[in-house]
Design a protein around this ligand. Structure first.
Ligand SMILES: CC(C)(COP(=O)(O)OP(=O)(O)OC[C@H]1O[C@@H](n2cnc3c(N)ncnc32)[C@H](O)[C@@H]1OP(=O)(O)O)[C@@H](O)C(=O)NCCC(=O)NCCS
Length: 369
């Protein structure tokens, strides 16, 4: 990345501008932020993964936009990248007080980063305060943005000051455990539960009312598989979820993804099997549903054990799921996060836009960016 030789500009300087990086600048950005986020991979594998992830169905054709704060008086490839981030476009449904439901889009901001040389000077804050209002109308041909979101790994204060307010950020955590459901890889022997493979996700997605949500469930295996291929000695995972058997409308299902932050089988890595989406189709707190929930969660626990992950996590489970969990007899704990993955939202409509005035439905890991 080109560095300034002269005096650094003030973050408030009117000359600074948001722009998009050139391909060369993008590679340099990834090279810098690999030091922060890429420790499970070699630099080359990290760059390959980022290149791959920028060209999968959800990110292709404008699905992802890369942003930089820079000094436009210098030419591209010779200008400094004072701060950078990306925004990912996704589909949303907004239910208004009138009861009207509108389909729209949301931009989720991710990978907010400043190289150490440029930190503590307000550049990241300047970039974000310029970007917030832009995202209200960015790609408006694709739909209306009622809000933008991000997931803070640096607590609640920084982004709250910039207008992205914290929302529910809790999860249920379960330990890895062997399970009869996946014992010996012989899934057909499991009773009351069916394992979900890639082709099952597509099928669920194509016939589901929640198409938009599942579409993003599908994106995550792409990331997971790509990481896996670079982490010996395992082959890419095949199981992406579990669903209780029985009639549609009465099932319990989960879709999950293994996330590797560091070396395998190392508790310090915090590698986690995230449940991207947990659905109790009839939303009722019954003994039958408790049993179904138990059987799908046991699949997740067994996969976590198989892949030497530290835990299974399901974000912001509903009160019904909390009630069911108590009756599964499984060991679990509820965690309120204060620092990492704080779900945060900037509301573009009327009102405060805080968690008391906006209900964020389906605030689960599938939407993370
Ligand atoms: C987070 C990051 C972009 C902030 O950049 P920066 O240039 O230091 O931030 P700014 O100059 O805009 O803002 C400085 C403020 O941010 C706060 N801040 C910076 N890093 C922080 C961190 N890791 N945790 C909490 N607050 C932090 C400072 O305390 C300071 O607060 P103040 O204004 O109340 O004094 C930069 O530290 C970075 O790239 N970190 C590594 C990647 C990362 O963690 N990104 C965030 C992912 S959510």
């Amino acid at each position: 990345m080109a560095n300034y030789t002269g005096e650094l500009p003030l973050a408030s300087a009117p000359t600074l501008k948001l722009d998009h990086p050139t391909p060369k600048e993008k590679l340099e950005m990834w090279g810098e932020n690999w030091k922060n986020w890429g420790s499970a991979l070699s630099l080359q594998d990290y760059i390959e993964r980022e290149t791959h992830l920028a060209d999968i169905p959800p990110t292709r054709d404008g699905g992802v936009t890369h942003w930089i704060l820079t000094d436009p008086t210098l030419p591209p490839d010779a200008r400094p990248v004072l701060s950078c981030c990306e925004s990912l476009r996704r589909r949303t449904f907004v239910s208004l007080p009138s009861g009207e439901v509108r389909e729209g889009i949301v931009h989720g901001i991710g990978s907010v980063f400043s190289a150490p040389l440029y930190r503590g000077r307000g550049y990241a804050a300047r970039m974000l305060s310029d970007l917030g209002p832009i995202l209200n109308t960015w790609q408006k041909e694709a739909g209306k943005s009622h809000f933008s979101i991000l997931y803070s790994d640096i607590g609640k204060k920084y982004y709250t000051k910039l207008g992205w307010l914290p929302f529910a950020s809790s999860h249920v955590s379960l330990p890895p455990a062997a399970s009869p459901a996946t014992n010996g890889g012989n899934a057909d022997k499991a009773e009351g539960v069916k394992l979900l493979y890639e082709e099952d996700l597509k099928e669920l997605s194509s016939c589901s009312y929640h198409t938009g949500l599942l579409y993003h469930d599908l994106a995550s295996p792409a990331r997971e598989i790509h990481v896996q291929q670079t982490l010996p000695p395992k082959t890419p995972p095949k199981i992406h979820g579990a669903i209780s058997t029985g009639a549609p409308g009465s099932r319990v299902r989960i879709v999950f993804s293994r996330v590797f932050y560091g070396p395998l089988a190392n508790a310090k890595s915090g590698n986690t099997l995230y449940i991207l989406r947990l659905v109790v189709e009839d939303e009722t707190d019954t003994d039958e549903n408790a049993q179904k929930l138990k059987s799908v969660l046991q699949v997740a626990q067994a996969e976590a054990k198989e892949w030497e992950l530290e835990s299974v996590a399901a974000w912001n489970v509903s009160d019904v799921v909390k009630g069911l969990l108590k009756r599964t007899g499984l060991e679990y704990k509820l965690v309120d996060r204060e620092n990492d993955s704080i779900t945060s939202l900037m509301w573009y409509g009327d009102g405060q836009g805080d968690s008391a005035s906006v209900e964020w439905v389906g605030n689960e890991k599938f939407a993370w960016c």
